[in-house]
Write a protein that binds this ligand. Structure first.
Ligand SMILES: C[S@@+](CC[C@H](N)C(=O)[O-])C[C@H]1O[C@@H](n2cnc3c(N)ncnc32)[C@H](O)[C@@H]1O
Length: 181
């Protein structure tokens, strides 16, 4: 995820520092990611440690870490992804609050993309309420939606402000893709 506080670029340094303090064999260690954010640091260590504990105050991080850290089996998602990509837009929370069409003067997403994000978010929640999907798929889909929405966000990587004009990547049509593994 394109997140300004992400430690992705620092991950080789963090890894080397942890190796030098705890040794290279971490297979019996528990890795605690106290400010997990995007989950990238937990993901870097996921295959090497016995267990990962991810902590963060924000729900976005909970969602990403439920998927990237807790999910560890193959997930059948293609049919769901296709259905979500074919939805028509809906004027929901994102459209109303974060798109110009919503009338609140914000342009975090183009109108079309905001409405598409809403339709997908609503459908994922519907599937969960009706117990059509399990938690593993629910968080996989939410995490994919977060990542895909971020690709067309009209921001400079932080969501404290939006850009006055729709930047090029925000003008692109929203495509719902699977989140990276
Ligand atoms: C710089 S960011 C994330 C860094 C993360 N390692 C990454 O690479 O994505 C810091 C994170 O700390 C979380 N945070 C801030 N204050 C917190 C608190 N008091 N308790 C738990 N999490 C907190 C924020 O929600 C944010 O996701």
């Amino acid at each position: 995820m394109n997140y300004i506080g992400s430690k992705l670029k620092l991950s080789p340094f963090i890894k080397e520092t942890i190796y030098s303090a705890a040794g290279k064999n971490l297979s019996q260690k528990i890795f605690c990611d106290l400010f997990a954010g995007t989950g990238i640091i937990g993901r870097v260590f996921k295959a090497e440690v016995k267990q990962i504990i991810s902590n963060d105050i924000e729900y976005y991080s909970f969602v990403l870490n439920k998927n990237y850290i807790e999910n560890h089996k193959e997930i059948e998602f293609k049919h769901y992804l296709d259905e979500l990509n074919n939805l028509k837009g809906a004027c929901g929370f994102i459209y109303q609050n974060y798109c110009l069409g919503g009338g609140r003067g914000r342009q975090y997403f183009s109108d079309d993309n905001g409405a598409k994000i809403d339709a997908i978010r609503q459908k994922i929640e519907f599937w969960r309420r009706k117990r059509i999907i399990k938690d593993s798929l629910y968080y996989f889909l939410l995490s994919s939606l977060l990542e895909a929405a971020d690709k067309v966000a009209n921001t400079a990587s932080v969501y404290g402000a939006f850009l006055k004009r729709l930047k090029k990547s925000a003008q692109k049509k929203f495509v719902f893709r699977r989140s990276r593994v």
